[in-house]
Design a protein around this ligand. Sequence first.
Ligand SMILES: Cc1cc2nc3c(=O)[nH]c(=O)nc-3n(C[C@H](O)[C@H](O)[C@H](O)COP(=O)(O)O)c2cc1C
Length: 158
Amino acid sequence: MKTLLIVYHTHGAKTARMAEAVERGARQALAEAEAEDQVRVLVKRCLEAGAEDLLGADALLLGTPENFGYMSGMMKDFLERAFYPCEGKVEGRPYAVFVGAGQDGSGAVASIERIVTGLRLRKAHPGVIGLRELTPEVLERCEELGATFAAGLALGAL
Ligand SMILES: Cc1cc2nc3c(=O)[nH]c(=O)nc-3n(C[C@H](O)[C@H](O)[C@H](O)COP(=O)(O)O)c2cc1C
């Protein structure tokens, strides 16, 4: 059984809705492929997540609002707690990022990428940035992100 870990933070609703869409897409893809017994989808808020979750994950999707041109403080806290226990133990595992932002989002993406590059995680998807009001199109892209990761893990093609 492989594990797809989705870790996210939200102050309000936006990134939470994006995380729900990512999870929905992952579960739908697994149901369609009749592969629910092959991939476990684990969703955690940053506060609940720890190094053991990352160590047990075969793939990782990280979601955060952009705050002050950076990832949220809670996402940074999660990565700070996980970094040293995971260093050298998660190399090559695929990851992608989804960001809920006002008008930019690139700083949140770059700040996460800088840290997970230190863990030698492998970027497997360009990710999703949702600007301003969430649109059905952005939520659809979140679903596709979840589906890509879940199906990729099930098929061993990620
Ligand atoms: C303290 C604070 C700082 C923010 N800084 C940025 C920023 O640097 N760039 C940006 O695009 N949006 C910024 N925003 C807007 C949030 O990223 C945006 O409202 C986001 O969708 C909130 O997601 P959430 O509802 O999941 O908490 C900021 C919002 C807050 C409250």
